[in-house]
Design a protein around this ligand. Structure first.
Ligand code: M6R
Length: 614
């Protein structure tokens, strides 16, 4: 994940910018840079590699400006070279950026036609040119940024400084986090409170769509419509620890909200944004073409990620997939053929059942690939190859961001397998990759349903049982929704494939039983009529007095007119990416139900984050 800092100070800021960037190193990066105003002129120092390279450069060519922005870059668009390192600048503005500008290609083309000269391959540079264009039309820096933000699509955080403006820095947040720090006579911007901890513990977190006009005297925050808004200033505890809750009440809430950013970051690791192709950051010790069967094993939430992946691998690569709960895999005596592939999925990388399955697979001469979040974990170390999820530390016992990052990685692996096995054409791959790139934006839209979900959650607090239904890849999301609810609210919940309703669970339906139906309108030709079948299941529930909560998209909301249905409408999106986005409302529903019931959300009773016993 890229890291952002900005300082409007009273003395030279370059050293402080680098200090703050060091505190963001945990996010991962491959180049870094700072820009300050030297006698009114924007001046940059950038370096490939670690921060010591930037420090060495600053020693050779020091900067004395008292206002500046800094950045650690994790390459997305373009290689991790000095010329792609941030800040990006024109003679008028310098900008640092975290996230993805989805429409950068069309913007770059348009700007190029108007004479803009680009010095990098990044999506970020278009932002600098857009602001410059607006300023050349006579707009002030503030109005130029406002006009630019309206043209950008994607999930991102930005910080700007301007030539000749010693008392102005602007920050903007849409999807990726950004905080404002309050000092005495100095002000700061940072990706998180950890970066700003050496300077201040007074922090205001920007909300999605906010942008902040920062001066020495303070900050004016405007919302997405340009209206002035107040955001609470909180006292951060980040100085004493490297991981804090931000302005959230629980780690789980923070981790749910981090998803657009960490999923974007994970995708950027597996996708070449410039060519819109999957580019795995790992060397596979096998050829997908030689794999005859894939076995997937994992536990809990990670198992549900694997279940989604089964649909993807089968659809994109025509590979037969077997999936097991890890504690069952090694004991069921499944015949394994030497040279096949076994994938293990684990957030912690320490889950005993998953580890035992991995060892069993190795004994049976499988290639072992693990999808893990903790890079130095035992599962990672014992695997032939590791596909990392870049979710960052997950503290809440209930897994949230690790799940969606696992999905992001597994989807890229399935696409890579499909391409290599000749099932997906270049065009198929590009369509899938484009859909993945748009996912963080859809996730941000899903998060905006939170007030509605919070109100809905209050109505679940006196229920004893909740049923979750879904078909296709929404079936594992239903299982995950039920798991989330039971583990943190202690309300009994079950997930079912919607088609199974009439084979048993329908006996439970009465007016006290809410049924959560996860049903995006499935557009894929091979699944024609599937949505209508789910609507029939909803009719069956309604006929027995059941209360339905339907999570769908605009088309689904129009078509599913079943009585007693409350609808949560998500944006229209490619069917493939729906599990990543539809995970968010079910996480929020569980979270707010648990909060309303006053349970210990981050450390629910009887549960451990890492289950190291079989
Ligand atoms: O660390 P792992 O991903 O291997 O953990 C697997 C499960 O223990 C974990 O997903 C568990 O089910 C969570 N509490 C789910 O929220």
């Amino acid at each position: 994940m890229c890291g952002i800092v900005g300082i409007i100070g009273r003395k030279a800021v370059a050293g402080h910018l680098v200090d703050a960037l060091k505190r963001l190193e945990y996010r991962g990066y491959d180049s870094a840079g700072v820009a300050t105003l030297e006698k009114g002129t924007l001046t940059r120092r950038r370096a490939e590699g670690k921060l010591r390279a930037l420090e060495a450069k600053l020693e050779r060519e020091p900067l004395s400006g008292q206002i500046g922005i800094g950045h650690t870059r994790w390459a997305t668009h373009g290689r991790p070279t000095e010329r792609n390192a941030h800040p990006h600048a024109t003679e008028k503005v310098a900008v640092v950026h975290n996230g993805i500008i989805e429409n950068f290609r069309e913007l770059r083309e348009k700007l190029g036609k108007n004479g803009a000269k680009f010095g990098s391959e990044t999506d970020t540079e278009v932002v600098a040119h857009l602001v410059t264009d607006e300023m050349k039309k006579g707009k002030s820096p503030i109005d130029a940024v406002a006009a630019t933000l309206k043209q950008l699509r994607g999930a991102f955080a930005l910080a700007f400084i301007f030539a000749g403006e010693e008392d102005l820095m602007i920050g903007a947040r849409k999807g990726s986090p950004l905080a404002v720090g309050y000092g005495s006579g100095e002000m700061y911007l940072g990706s998180d409170a950890i970066a700003l901890a050496p300077f201040t513990d007074l922090i205001a977190y920007l909300e999605d769509g906010d942008w902040a006009i920062v001066t020495h005297a303070g900050v004016e925050i405007r919302d997405v419509n340009g209206h002035k808004v107040e955001r609470p200033i909180i006292k951060s505890s980040a100085s004493s620890q490297m991981v804090d809750k931000g302005n959230h009440k629980h780690f789980m809430a923070k981790e749910i909200h981090e998803q657009p950013e960490v999923v974007g970051h994970t995708l950027a690791h597996y996708i070449d944004m410039t060519t819109e192709r999957v580019q795995l950051p790992i060397d596979l010790p096998f050829d997908w073409k030689n794999i005859k069967r894939l076995s997937i094993s994992a536990c809990g939430t990670a198992f549900y990620a694997g279940l989604v992946a089964k649909y993807w691998f089968e659809r994109f690569s025509h590979l037969p997939v077997e999936i097991d709960i890890a504690s069952e895999f090694r004991y069921r005596e499944a015949p394994l053929f030497a040279g096949d592939l076994a994938i293990f999925i684990s957030q912690s990388g320490e889950t005993a059942d998953t580890l035992a399955s991995l060892r069993y697979a190795k004994e049976n001469k499988q290639h072992v690939l693990s999808v893990v979040n903790v890079p130095m974990s035992t599962i990672a170390r014992e695997s032939d190859v590791v596909a990392p999820t870049l979710a960052g530390p997950e503290i809440g016992v209930a897994s949230t961001k690790a799940f969606t990052c696992q999905l992001a990685v597994l989807c890229c692996l399935a696409v890579a397998a499909g391409r290599s096995r000749g099932v997906l054409s270049d065009q198929d791959e590009q369509n899938l990759v484009r859909a993945l790139i748009e996912t963080p934006r859809h996730m941000a839209a899903a998060l905006s349903l939170e007030p509605q979900i919070e109100a809905l959650a209050r109505t679940l607090t006196n229920c004893h049982d909740v049923l979750y239904l879904g078909r296709g890849t929404s079936y594992p999301v239903a299982l995950e929704g039920a798991l989330k609810l039971k583990e943190i609210s202690y309300i009994h919940a079950e997930g079912y494939a919607a088609g199974e309703l009439k084979h048993g669970p329908i006996a439970l339906i009465d007016e006290t039983m809410p049924v959560v139906v996860i049903a995006p309108y499935d557009k894929s030709p091979r699944r024609e009529g599937v949505f209508e079948k789910t609507v029939s299941n909803m009719q069956e529930v309604a006929a027995r007095g059941g209360r339905i909560i339907l999570i769908t998209d605009p088309k689904g909301a129009r078509e599913a007119t079943v009585e007693s249905t409350l609808v949560l409408t998500l944006p229209d999106m490619a069917t493939t990416v729906t599990p990543l986005v539809y995970a968010i409302p079910v996480q929020l529903l569980a979270y707010h139900t648990a909060v309303a019931l006053n349970t210990d959300v981050d450390q629910p009773r009887n549960l451990a984050k890492s289950v190291t016993v079989e």
